[in-house]
Each structure stands twice: as structure tokens, then as C-alpha cells.
Design a protein around this ligand. Structure first.
Ligand SMILES: C[S@@+](CC[C@H](N)C(=O)[O-])C[C@H]1O[C@@H](n2cnc3c(N)ncnc32)[C@H](O)[C@@H]1O
Length: 353
């Protein structure tokens, strides 16, 4: 091995400490979200630590330390007189849960030690854990982060991108959603299209309980505690949806086969999955690639490899080439990938029998 180059050593050390800083700042973001600090600053006015402490009912000394740290991180603005404010952009990213740019919900304060043990175990055995085992906090995080994407954005931008779909939905048809999580899309569709019946299939009991609460007022929506591979019926559905779940499923090919069986011949399957490509080199275009691999090991791959013999796709595994291979093997003949400008982190696929 060659001897150490002092410049390269410095550069490498700085890079790793930047990551550590990111970890610690992430915890501060979680605290700001959880304690309502960003929310109290969402109006944009400048305030002293005292004023923010007063407004949130928190200790001034702790609020002051947090504000200075946030200013150091470039997340909150500070005047030389120590008055602090959250910009309009900051308010959207940190507070506005109805904004596509909302991010604070992703900051959960670090990993639960039990979860880290699950990951260590998965490295040793090759077997991960299901979303149900990941627990309530992950289910809540998924709901918070996807609230716009599978809510208003689905209605306004995604569904109209598929030829003829809005007309079918307006007229009333049968919809199946696999991997329906906490039921945000189920509720959105059942409310907006009362003439449709919407059936959700979701294997996590925890997510199903959240979905049941969300759709209990809607007679045209149901949730089944089952995987997408257990989709009922033959030629029953006009539309099938799989939103951000194919790469999480241990056997995505079985889901594709079940969707093909239960979809009408003139039906359509709309899939939303991670924005990614087939090769690592191509994926390097994504400035958040390292984070995606981290998400995979701590969530998506855990789920995708939660059974013996699973495909184990993980966050970046359902790329366009794999998607096309899986759906064609299941008997679909028409495959179109599309992207939406305001959603840089997903690929969409329109698939037909
Ligand atoms: C990232 S969450 C997405 C949830 C929801 N579609 C959304 O966009 O908010 C992935 C979901 O896929 C579900 N999942 C895992 N294996 C599955 C399977 N075999 N069939 C259907 N869903 C599955 C998980 O339980 C989890 O709820």
C-alpha cells in the first residue's frame, strides 16, 4: 500500500466529518420539527431567542443554542443583533406539509437501536424485516413524506398523464392499489371519485390500521391486510396502482402476475417508483445517491429481502429496465416510462395488457 498523502488525508477526513455534521444537524432538524420551533417561525418575522422561547413555551437557553446552530447550518437567518428568522423557502421545506418540497418529516432523530440491530442481523443472515416490524414511527414518516405525492399531486399531475384515465375515473370504475401504506391515495381517490370503488392491499398491519382510520367515512374504499401478490379476482379492475412499493416487495414478479390476472384487458397499471437507472454510473447523476443506498439498507432493502429467496431489489432496484422485464414477463405488452417535472425523485410507468 502506498504511503499516506497529507492533502488527500485532510480531504478525506473533511468529507467524513461533513457527514457527521449532517447526522448531528439532522437531529437538530428533528427537534425543531418536533418542538414546533420551525412552525413558530413560519410567519417570517425576526425574533430573539427570548421571543421564540416565549412563543413555544421552551427554555430560552436551549432555544438560543438551537437557533445559533441552525444559523451556522444555513437553515435559519440571523442578524448581527441576534435576531432570527425563517425564510419563505425555509417555511415551505420545514413546515408546510401540503408542499411537495416539505422535508422535515424525513428527519426522525436517528435510527432506533433495535432497527440498527435488525440491519446488523440482515448483513449476517441476508434476511431483513417487513415494514410492519419497522413499526409505527416508520409508517407515520412514510405518510408525512408522501402526503402530497400520493394526494393532490396524484390527482392533479399523475393521473391526467395517462390517456383516458380521468374519464374512466369520473365515470366510475374499479381500482386496486397494491402497497397502499397508510391509505392516503385510497382516501384521495375514493373522495374525489365517489362513483369508483377502491380496494387497497397492504401487508403491514400497522399501515392498515392507519389506512382504516383514514377511510372509515368512505363506503367506496376498503383495505385488505395482504400483499399485492394476493390481489383478488380475474379481470376485475380497470386501474391498478403501485406507488413507491415495487422495489420494497420481496417478490415483485408475483405482484406483476397478480395485477395482470386481476386487471381487465383494457385496464391500465400505473406504477410510481424511485428515479433511477440501471447502472451505478448513470445513477451518479443523482446528487443524493449515497443517501438512497442508506435508505435502501435501512428500509427498502430490509423489506425487499424480508423473506427467504426474495428478489431483494431495494431503493434503486426497480429501474426502468428491471421494471420492463418484470411487467413483460407477467404478460403485459405495453410499457411506457414517463417523468414529471415537479417530481424529480420518481419514475412513472404506464403499463397495459
Ligand atoms: C414506501 S411505502 C409506500 C406506501 C404508499 N404507497 C405511499 O406511497 O405512501 C412501501 C409499502 O410497500 C409495502 N409492501 C411491502 N411488501 C409488499 C407486497 N408484497 N405487496 C404490497 N405492498 C408491499 C410496505 O408494507 C409499505 O407499506
Amino acid at each position: 500500500m502506498r504511503s499516506t498523502d497529507p492533502d488527500l488525508l485532510k480531504e478525506y477526513a473533511l468529507r467524513i466529518w461533513h457527514y457527521k455534521q449532517g447526522e448531528v444537524v439532522s437531529l437538530m432538524v428533528h427537534l425543531g420539527d418536533r418542538l414546533g420551533l420551525y412552525r413558530a417561525m413560519a410567519g417570517g418575522e425576526e425574533m430573539t431567542p427570548d421571543e421564540l422561547a416565549e412563543r413555544t413555551g421552551l427554555s430560552e437557553r436551549w432555544v438560543r443554542e438551537w437557533l445559533l446552530g441552525q444559523a451556522a447550518a444555513g437553515l435559519i437567518d440571523r442578524t448581527p443583533e441576534n435576531r432570527f428568522s425563517l425564510s419563505a423557502e425555509g417555511a415551505q421545506v420545514m413546515v408546510d406539509e401540503d408542499a411537495m418540497a416539505f422535508a422535515a418529516g424525513a428527519f426522525i432523530g436517528g435510527f432506533h437501536p433495535g432497527r440498527i440491530d435488525d440491519m446488523v442481523n440482515a448483513f449476517r443472515t441476508g434476511i431483513g424485516i417487513t415494514y410492519h416490524r419497522m413499526g409505527e414511527s416508520v409508517a407515520r414518516q412514510v405518510d408525512r413524506m408522501n402526503r402530497v405525492g400520493v394526494g393532490p399531486f396524484l390527482l392533479e399531475r399523475v393521473l391526467p398523464s395517462v390517456d383516458g384515465l380521468m374519464g374512466k375515473l369520473e365515470a366510475g370504475c374499479r381500482v386496486a392499489e397494491v402497497g397502499s401504506g397508510g391509505g392516503i391515495a385510497l382516501r384521495t381517490l375514493a373522495e374525489r371519485f365517489p362513483a369508483c370503488t377502491v380496494d387497497g392491499y397492504e401487508p403491514s398491519g400497522i399501515a392498515c390500521s392507519r389506512a382504516r382510520r383514514r377511510i372509515r367515512h368512505l363506503p367506496n374504499a376498503t383495505i385488505h391486510e395482504a400483499g399485492g401478490e394476493d390481489l383478488a379476482g380475474e379481470g376485475r379492475y380497470d386501474l391498478a396502482l403501485a406507488l413507491d412499493c415495487m422495489h420494497d416487495a420481496p417478490f415483485p414478479d408475483r405482484i406483476a402476475a397478480a395485477v395482470r390476472r386481476s386487471l381487465k384487458d383494457d385496464g391500465v397499471w400505473l406504477i410510481k417508483d424511485t428515479y433511477c437507472y440501471e447502472t451505478f454510473e448513470d445513477n451518479l447523476r443523482n446528487p443524493m445517491l449515497a443517501m438512497q443506498y442508506g435508505y435502501s439498507l435501512s428500509g427498502c432493502l430490509l423489506s425487499a429481502a424480508s423473506q427467504e429467496g426474495a428478489a431483494g431489489l431495494g431503493t434503486l432496484g426497480f429501474h426502468p429496465a428491471e421494471a420492463e422485464r418484470i411487467v413483460r414477463n407477467a404478460g403485459f405488452t405495453s410499457f411506457r416510462m414517463f417523468r414529471l417535472e415537479d417530481d424529480p425523485i420518481h419514475n412513472y410507468y404506464e403499463v397495459r395488457p
